[in-house]
Design a protein around this ligand. Structure first.
Ligand code: GLV
Ligand code: MG
Length: 325
C-alpha cells in the first residue's frame, strides 16, 4: 500500500439514483415511495427556465413535507453560469430544514467551481445553524471537467461521488450521437480481410474511456463513481447492458431517469448470490492458506492470492451494506 491513505466518503448505497423534476410535486411524492437508493430533485435541465422559481418552491416544500424515509436525498442545482444557482443553494438550505443530504453540482469544470459552491453552502449552513453537513455529488459532463478531473476529485471535503453525465458530455466533446447513453453503430471494429472470409463487425463502447476515467479519479479519492442516464426507457435490456459495463469497471450505481429503471439498476448493482458465495469461499480458502503459511492457493482450478482477499472483501461488504439497508 501507499503511505497515503485514501479517506473514504460516507458509505451510502448508490445503486440507483432517481432523477425527479422539481417542477412536478406528484413525481416527488411517488419517488419517496420508490425503491431508489438515492433521489435527486432536479432544478437544472429537467426544468424549463419559466418553471425554475416554482420548482425551487416545490422542492423546499417537498424537503419539509414529504417523508423520504431512509433514502439519500439530493438536489441538483443549476449551473454556475446561470443566475439561478446561488438562490437554489440558499433557499434549499435556509428553508428546506435538515433533511437534505447532498447537493449535486452539474457541469463542474474546475476545482474553483466546487470551491465556490462549497463556500456558499458553508455560509448558508452556518447562518441557519444546520447540524448535518451537506455532501456534494459532482457531474463530470464536459471536456473541461474531464480534463481537470483529478483536481476536481480532491477539491472539497464535502465530496461524495462523481457522476458521468453522458448527454452533456457528448454535446461538449461534439461526439457524433444524439441519444442519451448506450452504444453507437459507428463505433466498432471491422475485422481484417482474410481471403474471401466474411468480415465481422464488433460494436465497441464509445463511453469506455470516460467511465473508466471517472472510476479511477473517484476511487483514488475515496468517492463513489456513478454512471449517469440511459435515455431509452423502453429498452430495459439496453439499460442493463450499459449498467453492467459500468459496474464491471467499478461504478457503484446508475441513474434512473424513469421509475422503471430503478429495479434494473438495483439488480445490476447488487452482487448476485453466486458472486457473494464465491467471495466467501475465497476468504475461507485464503484464511486456511494463511494458517498454512501460504500466500497463494488454487480454488476451482484458478490461482487466488492476497489481492483476491481484497476483491472478495469488497463484494462481501457490499452484500452486507445492501442487507442492512
Ligand atoms: C446528465 O446530466 C447528462 O447530461 O447526461
Ligand atoms: Mg447534464
Amino acid at each position: 500500500m501507499s503511505f497515503t491513505l485514501v479517506q473514504q466518503a460516507p458509505a451510502r448505497l448508490n445503486r440507483s439514483e432517481l432523477a425527479v423534476p422539481g417542477s412536478n410535486y406528484e413525481f416527488m411524492e411517488k419517488a419517496a415511495k420508490s425503491e431508489a437508493d438515492v433521489v435527486f430533485l432536479d432544478l437544472e435541465d429537467a426544468v424549463a427556465p419559466d418553471d425554475k422559481v416554482q420548482a425551487r418552491k416545490n422542492i423546499v416544500k417537498a424537503l419539509n413535507e414529504i417523508d423520504f424515509g431512509k433514502k439519500t436525498l439530493s438536489v441538483r442545482i443549476n449551473g454556475l453560469d446561470t443566475h439561478y444557482m446561488y438562490r437554489d443553494v440558499i433557499d434549499v438550505i435556509e428553508q428546506g430544514g435538515e433533511r437534505l443530504d447532498l447537493i449535486m453540482i452539474p457541469k463542474v469544470g474546475t476545482p474553483a467551481d466546487v470551491y465556490a459552491v462549497d463556500m456558499l453552502i458553508t455560509q448558508a449552513e452556518d447562518a441557519v445553524g444546520r447540524k448535518k453537513k451537506i455532501g456534494l455529488e459532482l457531474i463530470i459532463e464536459t471536456a473541461l471537467g474531464m480534463a481537470n478531473i483529478n483536481e476536481i476529485a480532491r477539491s472539497s471535503k464535502r465530496l461524495e461521488s462523481l457522476h458521468f453525465g453522458v448527454a452533456d458530455y457528448a454535446a461538449s466533446t461534439r461526439a457524433r450521437t444524439t441519444v442519451i447513453g448506450g452504444p453507437n453503430r459507428m463505433y466498432g471494429v471491422l475485422t481484417d480481410k482474410e481471403g474471401d472470409a466474411a468480415r465481422d463487425f464488433h460494436w465497441g463502447d464509445m463511453w469506455h474511456y470516460a467511465i473508466a476515467r471517472i472510476v479511477v479519479a473517484a476511487r483514488a479519492n475515496g468517492l463513489r463513481p456513478c454512471d449517469g442516464p440511459f435515455g431509452d426507457f423502453k429498452d430495459p435490456e439496453g439499460f442493463k447492458a450499459q449498467a453492467y459495463r459500468a459496474a464491471v469497471l467499478g461504478c457503484e450505481g446508475k441513474w434512473a431517469i424513469h421509475p422503471s429503471q430503478i429495479a434494473l439498476a438495483n439488480e445490476v448493482y447488487s452482487p448476485s448470490e453466486a458472486e457473494v458465495t464465491k467471495a466467501k469461499r475465497i476468504l475461507e480458502a485464503m484464511a486456511q492458506a494463511q494458517k498454512e503459511g501460504k500466500g497463494a492457493v488454487a480454488l476451482d482450478g484458478r490461482l487466488i492470492d492476497i489481492a483476491s482477499i481484497r476483491q472478495a472483501e469488497v463484494l462481501v461488504a457490499k452484500a452486507r451494506q445492501i442487507a442492512g439497508a
